[in-house]
Each structure stands twice: as C-alpha cells, then as structure tokens.
Design a protein around this ligand. Structure first.
Ligand code: MN
Length: 225
C-alpha cells in the first residue's frame, strides 16, 4: 500500500496569541447588504439568506503575495466581516447564537465574477467561481463578539473601492448562524463570511488589496504582476 498522506487542517492566526484557530469549513452568505444586492441586480428584500461554501484550505494569511488565479479575467474583491465558531449545533435559536462565537475578523471573498455570471446564466453551481485556491484571505481573529456597527472598507493600492457599515447588514450575525444551522450542524472551526457592502469590482495583476473593519481588524494581500 502507498504511504497514507499526513494532512493537517488549515489554520488562522489569533491576535495576541501564539495559538492558531483550526478551520473546519468556510460558509458564505450572499447579498447581505442592500446596496450590494442592487448592484448585483437583485431586490434586497428580507428573503431568507442564501449560502455557499469554500474549501477550508482556501484561507490565506494577511501579508501573502498571491499568484493571480487561473481561469478568470474578472477577479472581484468582496470585503466581509468573518465570524469564527468555537461551538455549534443544529437549529440554534437566534438568542443562543452568540454563545457559539469564538471571534471575528475581516476577510476577502475573492470571486471569479466571469465564471459566476456564466454559472448563473446556465443554472450551474458556483463552486469554481467562489471556492478556488487562496480565495479566502483573512486577518488575525479577534476573540470575542463581533461589532454590530462601524465602518467596513476595502482599498486597492490605497484607493477606496468599498465602504459600508456593519449596521447595514440585512441579516445579523446571530440570524445568519441560526438560519445556517437549519441547513447544516455547525461545529467548532467553522468560519462564516457574512456578505459584502457595495462597490465590488475587479482586481488586476500587481495590485495590493486591503480590507479593514473599524476596531482594528485588517487583511492585506498582493497579487503578483
Ligand atoms: Mn461574498
């Protein structure tokens, strides 16, 4: 028999700690800010949130220089509040959701927008548009409860491209956890990307992308030229 491979889970840095957070799964929420829903051609009513996923090893540490992704000529940035779970469960009541949270940070839901548009038109899955290698750059986790208001921004080479406020989220973090837990049993190590404000747009080779949330969370990655 060939030797069995040794596989270790991807991890994320924890601010102020030498320990690292093991990533089990990455879930993402679509269109959770009204202005972004409109720019994507949707009506931002309070239809229940919808979800997609990325592989756990899509996480990339802040400060990394990335090879520009293959199979796209329209790589888009989406800056998002990310919540990391230290607990879990099924059918979690909204009022119990906070108890499952380990911490939070800011992340980038990198998207091959051209492939996503083609998938939408054909009624096919989004996986190759959203779940590719290194598609989830993420800052160091801040232990504790995520802020419910405050600026969330994204700059490319120092120029502001996205700006929103966490208070503009259509679905709160607690509501997202509660709803997601009706689809899957949530568990320690799960990350949830909670949606992006308006202003999504293309990233080009050679550019540096910086995401931030007021309170100190930050993520920055550069793309090779
Ligand atoms: Mn997103």
């Amino acid at each position: 028999m060939p030797s069995v491979p040794v596989v270790t889970p991807p991890t994320v840095a924890i601010a102020g700690s030498a320990e690292r957070f093991p990533v089990r799964r990455i879930f993402c929420v679509g269109q959770n800010y009204a202005e972004h829903a409109r720019e994507m051609g949707s009506d931002p009513d309070r239809a229940p949130p919808f979800f997609f996923a990325k592989p756990a090893d899509a996480v990339v540490a802040s400060g990394t220089t990335l090879v520009f992704p293959s199979r796209t000529e329209d790589l888009h940035h989406e800056v998002e509040l990310v919540v990391a779970l230290g607990g879990g469960g099924r059918d979690i009541p909204v009022e119990d959701a906070a108890a499952t949270i380990f911490g939070w940070t800011v992340g980038l839901d990198l998207t091959r927008r051209d492939l996503q548009a083609a998938a939408k038109t054909a009624g096919r899955p989004w996986d190759m548009a959203k779940g590719f290698d290194a598609s989830a750059p993420i800052g160091a986790l801040r232990p504790g409860m995520p802020p419910t208001s405050g600026a969330i921004t994204l700059d490319i080479d120092g120029q502001r491209r996205q700006a929103g406020d966490l208070s503009d989220m259509i679905w709160s973090v607690a509501e997202i956890i509660a709803t997601l837990s009706t689809y899957v049993a949530l568990a320690p190590g799960d990350l949830i990307f909670t949606g992006t404000p308006a202003g999504v747009g293309p990233i080009r080779r050679g550019e540096t992308v910086t995401g931030a949330i007021a309170g100190g969370a930050a993520v920055a990655v550069s793309f090779a030229g």
